[in-house]
Design a binder for this molecule. Structure first.
Ligand code: FES
Ligand code: FES
Length: 153
């Protein structure tokens, strides 16, 4: 076990965990931030996507010992009031079906728009490629990202 001081959604948290513990489980089990979901556990589905200094990462494959000073943002911290343009576009397009993958989809999309504020269809397809939705909401996800991009732009 080791003590880590983490900055999560702008707040400091101290946790005492095994250095190999994936950040996903620190978030869910130690901090009680359960919006970030467990899907595959091997970096292949995107359900666990969070931001590390603004960039999308798979939290299931990121040991707590590798985070250091980098700031973690989860779906709970993307916008305090839940009114990030992507969240509003998700509602407007009625994107989720079962909802399980959607926090990861939104976090990945937020990172995509930070790096490319005006993505083409191809950019969206490439940027969202690693986020799996078993319910097949891909068409609505793409439409919502385009709506959010135009609002943010
Ligand atoms: S649970 Fe992390 S990528 Fe699938
Ligand atoms: S909405 Fe069900 S897995 Fe994506």
């Amino acid at each position: 076990m080791a003590v880590y001081n983490l900055t999560i959604n702008g707040k400091k948290h101290q946790v005492d965990v095994d250095p190999d513990t994936p950040i996903l489980w620190v978030l869910r089990d130690n901090i009680n931030l359960v919006g970030t979901k467990y899907g595959c556990g091997i970096g292949q589905c995107g359900a666990c996507t969070v931001h590390l200094d603004g960039n999308a990462v798979r939290s299931c494959s990121l040991p707590v010992s590798k985070v250091a000073e980098q700031k973690i943002t989860t779906i709970e911290g993307l916008s305090e009031s839940g009114t990030h343009p992507l969240q509003e576009a998700w509602l407007a397009h009625d994107v989720p079906q079962c909802g399980y993958c959607q926090a990861g989809q939104i976090m990945n999309a937020a990172s995509l728009l930070t790096n490319n504020p005006n993505p083409s269809d191809e950019d969206i397809a490439a940027g969202m490629n690693g986020n799996i939705c078993r319910c097949g909401t891909y068409t609505r996800i793409k439409a919502a990202i385009k709506t959010a991009a135009s609002k943010m732009g």
